[in-house]
Design a protein around this ligand. Structure first.
Ligand SMILES: [Zn+2]
Ligand SMILES: [Zn+2]
Length: 336
C-alpha cells in the first residue's frame, strides 16, 4: 500500500471514529514535558463490574505511553480517551499472571493491529512480565506463545485479507527476575520490585516509574510488604491495592484465603504513613459489605495524608504538585 493510500485511509478511518465517538481524536502522545500523567483505566479486580474495569494503569511520560497490567475492558477505556490500543501504547508491563490483570491483553493486542485510529500498530507489541527463574518458558513467554497459537487464524486471515503487516501481529515478550530496572527509554525508568501476594502466587511485582525527578509507584497485588515500602518511599504518587470487608463478611471462610493475599485499609494506612507519598490513591479496589466512606476512615486510622479512592479514568498529573481529576461521563472529557 502506498503512503498516500495509508494516509487517506487513516483520514477516512478517523472520520468514522469521530462519528462513533462524537468528538475529535485525542493525540496519542502528550506533548513532552516534565510531568508524568497517570490514568487509572481500570480500578477493579476479578468482579465483572460495569463501573470498575479490570486493573490497568496508563503512565504517560517523556512522550511514551506505558501500560501497567491489561485487565478487562482496557481497550474500551483507551478508546474513551481517544487513545489507540495500537500506536497509543509503547509497552505493556504485567505485575503477575492472575487472570484479572491479563484478561484484556488479547483484545489490546488484536484490536491494536487492526486498521483504524483505535489500532494501526506497525510494530510488535512489547510485553514485559516477571519470571521466578524456575519455570521455563516464563509466564509472559507462555502468554505470548499461547495467544499467537490461539488466534493464529485471525492473524492469518487479517494478514491475507486486510494486508495487516506480519510485524504488527507479533508480541515481543521479555521476562525479568527480581528487583531491577526493566526499561529505560526517553528518560523514563521503570523499576520492578518483588511484592508478597502469597506463597503460591509468585512471581508478583510492583513497579516504580521515574521521570524528570518525578515518580509514581504501583503496588501490584500484594499483602502488607516491606519491599513495597522500600521502593515507594518518597514517591510522588503511590497507587495501592486494597481489599476491605465488613465484619460480617470477614467471618466467611471462603473469603479468608483471598483476603490473606491482599492489603486491608488499616495496613495500607501504615504503608502510606511510612512511604509518605505526596498523594496516595487506591486502585484494584475490592469492597465487600462496606462503602467508600468506611474505606477512607479505616485507612485514616494510620494515615491522615492526601488520599484518593480511585475511579475508572481518574487522572493524576504529577508536576510540582500531584493533581487528581475525575473523568466526566457527561462531558466525555476531564472538566477544565
Ligand atoms: Zn488482582
Ligand atoms: Zn492477583
Amino acid at each position: 500500500m502506498s503512503r498516500r493510500c495509508v494516509v487517506a485511509g487513516i483520514a477516512v478511518a478517523s472520520a468514522v471514529f469521530m462519528s462513533i465517538s462524537g468528538r475529535a481524536i485525542a493525540q496519542d502522545k502528550l506533548p513532552v514535558s516534565n510531568d508524568i500523567v497517570v490514568t487509572l483505566l481500570g480500578t477493579g479486580a476479578p468482579v465483572p463490574s460495569p463501573t470498575r474495569f479490570g486493573p490497568a494503569t496508563l503512565v504517560q511520560a517523556g512522550g511514551l505511553n506505558l501500560l501497567f497490567d491489561a485487565g478487562r475492558g482496557v481497550t474500551v477505556r483507551l478508546f474513551q480517551l481517544g487513545l489507540s490500543s495500537g500506536n497509543g501504547i509503547d509497552a505493556v508491563f504485567l505485575t503477575h499472571y492472575h487472570s484479572d490483570h491479563v484478561a484484556g491483553l488479547p483484545d489490546l493486542w488484536m484490536t491494536g493491529y487492526m486498521f483504524g485510529p483505535f489500532g494501526s500498530r506497525a510494530k510488535a507489541l512489547r510485553l514485559w512480565g516477571p519470571s521466578d527463574g524456575t519455570s521455563t518458558p516464563s509466564g509472559v513467554a507462555k502468554i505470548a506463545e499461547g495467544l499467537a497459537e490461539a488466534f493464529s487464524d485471525d492473524v492469518r486471515i487479517r494478514q491475507a485479507d486486510e494486508k495487516i503487516a506480519a510485524a504488527a501481529t507479533k508480541i515481543e515478550a521479555r521476562d525479568f527476575q527480581g528487583d531491577r530496572v526493566v526499561f529505560e527509554e526517553a528518560g523514563v525508568k521503570v523499576t520492578a520490585f518483588n511484592v508478597n501476594h502469597g506463597d503460591l502466587i509468585k512471581p508478583s511485582v510492583g513497579y516504580r516509574i521515574d521521570y524528570a525527578g518525578r515518580s509514581v509507584t504501583i503496588s501490584g497485588d500484594t499483602k502488607f510488604d516491606e519491599n513495597l515500602i522500600k521502593y515507594a518511599t518518597g514517591t510522588d504518587l503511590l497507587i495501592h491495592e486494597v481489599f476491605a470487608m465488613s465484619e460480617q463478611m470477614a467471618k466467611l471462610p471462603q473469603l479468608k484465603p483471598i483476603a490473606a493475599h491482599h492489603t486491608s485499609p488499616e495496613e495500607a494506612g501504615v504503608v502510606f504513613s511510612r512511604a509518605k507519598p505526596k498523594l496516595a490513591a487506591y486502585s484494584h479496589i475490592v469492597l465487600l459489605g462496606i462503602e467508600v466512606r468506611e474505606l477512607v476512615s479505616r485507612t485514616q486510622g494510620a494515615y491522615q495524608g492526601p488520599l484518593e479512592v480511585g475511579e475508572d479514568l481518574m487522572r493524576f498529573t504529577i508536576g510540582d504538585r500531584v493533581v487528581a481529576k475525575k473523568w466526566s461521563p457527561e462531558l466525555r472529557k476531564y472538566p477544565d
